[in-house]
Design a binder for this molecule. Structure first.
Ligand SMILES: Nc1ncnc2c1ncn2[C@@H]1O[C@H](COP(=O)(O)OP(=O)(O)O)[C@@H](O)[C@H]1O
Ligand SMILES: [Mg+2]
Length: 276
């Protein structure tokens, strides 16, 4: 492996880092992180996942369940390699990300739903920062406050500032930009009035603070049931009684992954080459 000669080269040669973060529990970080990691691995990309939620470890437990299903049911399910970050062994998350980069095209980072120093550091290394929100003004409030009468955006909130700082860190380190993507998770199939209002506010805020909005996973019971076996909607053969709604859900998942606009293998190789 080539030794990176300076800070800028190191950044260019790195794997593409995707961080799922928003400092709030229950918005779908772990669910979407697992689905994205598995979807990329299923495309034949080299993926490494790291769970910074050292208490709940949802992503790691999900992938452990997946490995157990392979063993128990003698199935082959494409599974990214994964680990739980252990600050007691190595308090330097940035170094760990560099090490993982040596043998990965993508690193998927799941973070806890709270203010966490390691999650902040990881956000400063993100190439793509994904913030899932449910269609609720409560979730939107993390990023921006709305006027109670007009529902117009009044001002950006604390998480917009967190991302602002992460972008500054990244720009200073290697001049790179962070693609901040707000992912609208658990979209209802019937467009409710409130959902349209939230949607309008998210779009308005996106221009003010600089993020892209993409559709995430629809609200579906299946997402709550896949965890014990560690399955995703790409494992149709392993899902009992898979039906038409699962096919539609799989399509949603594919659209979500493609909306992330992640680099193709050739682009990553080109980065390596120009950095060398
Ligand atoms: N698209 C979805 N449809 C239905 N339930 C979902 C969906 N996405 C997530 N969930 C459920 O919402 C809860 C929170 O999701 P999770 O991924 O653990 O969020 P976070 O990691 O942000 O805390 C879980 O019970 C999960 O199964
Ligand atoms: Mg989680």
């Amino acid at each position: 492996m080539r030794e990176p000669s300076n800070e800028r080269d190191r950044a260019l040669a790195r794997a593409h880092i995707i961080v799922f973060a928003n400092e709030k529990g229950g918005t779908g970080k772990s669910t979407t992180a697992v689905h994205v990691a598995v979807a990329l691995a299923a495309q034949g990309r080299r993926v490494a996942a790291i769970d910074l939620d050292t208490r709940q470890k949802t992503m790691a437990r999900y992938l452990e369940n997946r490995t157990a299903t392979c063993r128990r049911e003698a199935r082959e399910l494409v599974t990214p390699r994964f680990e739980v970050f252990d600050p007691s062994r190595d308090a330097n998350i940035e170094r760990r990300l560099d090490e993982m980069s040596e043998d990965a095209e993508f690193i998927v980072v799941d973070t806890p739903g709270r203010d966490d120093p390691y999650a902040l550091k990881a956000a400063g290394r993100a190439d793509t920062l994904v913030t899932p929100i449910n269609d609720s003004f409560i979730d939107l409030d993390l990023i921006g406050q709305v006027d109670p009468d007009t529902y117009k955006i009044k001002r950006p909130s604390f998480y917009a500032e967190v991302v602002w700082d992460a972008r500054k860190v990244r720009a200073k380190a290697d001049g790179a930009t962070v693609d901040w993507v707000v992912l609208r998770n658990r979209l209802q199939h019937l467009a409710a009035h409130n959902m349209r209002r939230v949607g309008v506010a998210v779009d308005e805020l996106s221009k003010r603070v600089g993020f892209r909005v993409i559709p995430g996973l629809g609200e579906r019971v299946i997402y709550r049931e896949l965890f014990p076996k560690g399955l995703t909607l790409l494992d149709m053969g392993a899902i009992e009684n898979a039906g038409m709604s699962h096919v539609a859900a799989r399509q949603e998942l594919r659209e979500m992954v493609s909306s992330l606009e992640l680099p193709e293998a050739a682009e990553l190789l080109e980065r390596e080459r120009t950095a060398a």
